[in-house]
Design a protein around this ligand. Structure first.
Ligand SMILES: Nc1nc2c(ncn2[C@@H]2O[C@H](COP(=O)(O)OP(=O)(O)OP(=O)(O)O)[C@@H](O)[C@H]2O)c(=O)[nH]1
Ligand SMILES: [Mg+2]
Length: 328
């Protein structure tokens, strides 16, 4: 028995004995490595663990090389596409079940979800697509995962705040994606690498109902600093869940614009979805090229304007405005 290993180590060791899949074993072994203090007394044990990790990784690589490249593709639907990513067991499936019509399996063992699972989340009068991507760790990521993540409008890293390797597990997700030139960011970077994807990202820090989670919270928030916005919640708490759609909508940085034909009644349905800061002309172009070409001005209905007020082509739009286009 090695000296000076913390209790979490023994707990992980017990889980390792129960682990069934290779991915599960790898994740636990890596967790054990992270927990273990580095000193002479643990040298032998660390080298043994490293050997086991190496062997498992080799087997995994071999399998990957043999596998025919399966294309996994999720068709885009709704007003925006958000990927739920993160380490195993963060609560991605739990969240997807709470927010959408999807019914992925929720379970306490890691790597429960093995394929991308889409669901539609209603928010007021629109629907937003959420996709759960199978867990990402330092040793495993499905080969098709980067492709799905790259095409999303927003990434949500869902983490289990009570996890013993919380910081390393988030770092691992970031590093894995950076290998594929996907950078998870909060604001626009000053410099962009050519060919890279910069994906707006927020962190959902889940399971705050658990005692260990409360203990980890401050360290986690300090560690994140202002690299990302962190929303702390419990997926088991209905009041918390209710707040999420509005947060996700805001982070998508989109607006809804209704359109009406001159002389017709205003019906607020099927809005155009545009990026924030879009102008009247952008809305016209989204509706029809010809309308944009001939556009002179628009009339607007909504918050902060007089009903039917005339506005210029370059006016910046606000969420939920209704427009009537007037062409030459
Ligand atoms: N206490 C508590 N448990 C939670 C919460 N959210 C999820 N869980 C539990 O955490 C475990 C993992 O949840 P999942 O939703 O399957 O996690 P996941 O991120 O989809 O996991 P993988 O698909 O394996 O990557 C399950 O046993 C859930 O019941 C929470 O807010 N509080
Ligand atoms: Mg899952």
């Amino acid at each position: 028995m090695p000296t000076n290993v913390p209790p979490q180590y023994h707990e992980a060791e017990a889980r390792l004995r129960q682990a069934k899949t290779r991915e599960e074993k790898l994740a636990i072994l890596e967790e054990m490595m992270a927990i273990m203090p580095k000193h002479k007394g643990t040298d032998k044990l660390r080298s043994e663990l490293n050997q086991r990790i190496k062997k498992l990784k080799e087997a995994q690589e071999k399998e990957k090389r043999g596998a025919t490249r399966k294309a996994v593709y999720v068709p885009r639907e709704g007003a925006g596409q958000i990927v739920l990513i993160g380490p195993p067991n963060g609560g991605k499936s739990q969240l997807l079940c709470a927010l959408t019509n999807a019914t992925p399996e929720v379970a306490s063992y890691p790597f429960t979800t093995r394929i991308p699972v889409p669901g539609m989340m209603p928010f007021e009068d629109i629907k937003i697509q959420l996709i759960e991507v199978p867990a990402i760790t330092a040793s495993s990521m499905e080969i098709w995962a980067p492709e799905i993540i790259r095409s999303a409008d927003l990434a949500v890293i869902v983490v289990d705040l009570s996890s013993s390797d919380l910081l390393d597990s988030v770092e691992a997700v970031k590093n894995q994606l950076e290998k594929h030139y996907i950078f998870l960011i909060k604001d626009n970077p000053e410099e962009r690498k050519i060919g890279a994807t910069y994906l707006n990202t927020i962190i959902f820090a889940n399971k705050v109902d658990l005692t260990e989670a409360k203990e980890n919270l401050q360290i986690f928030q300090e560690w994140v600093g202002n690299r990302y916005d962190v929303f702390v919640f419990s997926a088991l708490n209905d009041d918390d869940i209710k707040k999420l759609p509005a947060i996700l909508f805001e982070k998508l940085r989109i607006i809804r614009i209704y359109t009406k034909a001159p002389g017709k009644k205003l019906e607020k349905q099927d809005p155009l979805i545009l990026p924030v800061n879009s102008t009247v002309l952008d809305a016209a172009a989204a509706l029809h090229k010809e309308i944009a070409k001939k556009l002179k001005y628009a009339r607007v209905w909504g918050e902060g304007v007089r009903d039917g007020q005339q506005i210029a082509r370059d006016e910046v739009l606000k969420d939920k405005w209704a427009l009537e286009f007037h062409t030459a």
